[in-house]
Design a protein around this ligand. Structure first.
Ligand SMILES: Nc1ncnc2c1ncn2[C@@H]1O[C@H](COP(=O)(O)OP(=O)(O)OP(=O)(O)O)[C@@H](O)[C@H]1O
Length: 378
């Protein structure tokens, strides 16, 4: 690939070409639930900025506080402290105990600009598909005919115009979620929140819904907040990622950064590098290579767009007198770009190994040393 194209691809994966106008600003948000004698800190001092036009993934296991946090965005959940600014409007502010909340009528209007979809679709089963979409427009100034037309246009946008008169129970899960998306778009929102929107779907429907969200993000400039426990969903469409654990955000970054430079074990678990390392280490053990010789080390090579070719391995041998043995390899597609990880044992003098690693880095390959301790303890 020509260098410029490669750089552009890299920039895209790194999220560098995005606009940087903030649409969601959460500053030091905490949410505490008090139940009889119990206090649950569901969200703890979370600060998060989401840019206009981004697909922002928030991942974490069940109970991490993701749903509570996103409910703050449309103020369905009032925080206990902090500040929430949505599209320039201060929705909530509590500084030194002085609470300021957006006026309710203004909030109702603003909420219409934040669409939401859920795991179980939440459709009205006695209403047809088109009526379900039209329902979201009942407070609008549009006449009935206009409402029907707009609802049908939205169904067309999500590829369901032919099922307009069907009932939800006559549709597959993926189709029902499309109806929910059409309904969420009825008031021309600027933000669409998907709270586990693909968690009840099979893998094929999951991919279709994610691709639809990405298309809406591209075509309408819609900001998408993707709450999920499935990193695969985030990997497929997110530009940026936040990882939540016990009410806190433990790591944020663009997709590639999170993928390549994850700092926390939980993040590595989510992105699968933890399992990649585990497989590499298992291979080492199986090959009875756990005890590496003093002139050997295990390295992880991560590369974007292109691949680590055989000629590169030959070059390591010819130019640096290094024998490189590939023990495990994996390729992920992130934002339509292949990102590969290879675990390699390199054998040669310490000086030559360093030279070879410098050479690999010069080829835009990210080199991470797999520490001996990891191998022995793995
Ligand atoms: N209304 C509530 N009253 C009391 N506790 C709550 C309430 N809502 C959430 N919690 C608690 O807050 C914590 C975070 O819950 P939350 O639903 O935000 O997590 P989550 O990451 O979205 O998980 P899940 O995907 O399972 O919903 C949990 O311990 C939960 O039991």
């Amino acid at each position: 690939m020509p260098l410029l194209a490669k750089q552009k691809q890299f920039m895209k994966v790194m999220g560098c070409s995005r606009m940087t106008e903030k649409i969601i600003e959460l500053d030091n948000i905490s949410v505490t639930f008090k139940q009889k004698d119990q206090t649950i800190e569901a969200v703890k001092n979370v600060s998060l900025d989401i840019n206009k036009g981004d697909v922002y993934g928030i991942v974490g296991y069940s109970g991490a506080g993701k749903s509570t946090l996103v409910r703050v965005i449309n103020l369905l959940q009032k925080p206990s402290s902090g500040k929430a600014v949505i599209n320039g409007d201060v929705f909530y502010e509590n500084i030194d105990g002085h609470e300021k909340i957006i006026e309710i009528n203004k909030l109702r209007k603003k909420r219409r600009k934040i669409g939401m979809i859920f795991q179980h679709f939440n459709l009205l089963n006695e209403q047809t598909v088109v009526q379900n979409v039209a329902f979201a427009l009942k407070h609008s100034s549009l006449k009935e005919k206009e409402i029907t037309k707009k609802s049908l246009d939205l169904l067309k946008l999500v590829g369901l115009e032919e099922r307009a008169n069907a009932y939800p129970s006559q549709l597959s899960g993926g189709q029902q979620q499309r109806v929910a998306i059409a309904r969420a778009l009825a008031n021309d929102p600027e933000i669409l929140i998907s709270d586990e929107g693909t968690s009840a779907l099979d893998p094929k429907n999951t991919i279709q819904i994610l691709d639809l969200l990405k298309r809406l993000n591209n075509e309408l400039g819609l900001t998408v907040v993707l709450i999920t426990h499935e990193m695969e969903a985030v990997k497929r469409i997110a530009d940026r990622v936040a990882v939540m654990e016990n009410g806190e955000i433990i790591e944020t970054g663009n997709l590639l950064d999170i993928f390549v430079h994850a700092k926390h074990k939980l993040t590595r678990e989510f992105v699968g590098t933890e399992s990649g390392s585990a497989k590499a280490l298992a291979t080492l053990k199986a090959a009875k290579l756990v005890q590496l010789d003093s002139d050997q080390e295990c390295i992880q090579l991560t590369y974007i767009g292109s691949s680590v070719s055989e000629s590169l391995i030959v070059k390591l041998y010819k130019d640096f007198d290094i024998i490189a043995s590939i023990i495990y390899g994996n390729i992920e597609i992130l934002q339509e770009t292949p990102v590969g990880a290879l675990f390699v044992i390199v054998k040669g003098s310490a000086e030559n190994r360093e030279k070879a690693i410098t050479f690999l880095k010069e080829q835009d390959i990210i080199v991470t040393k797999v520490e001996a301790g990891e191998i022995f303890n793995g």
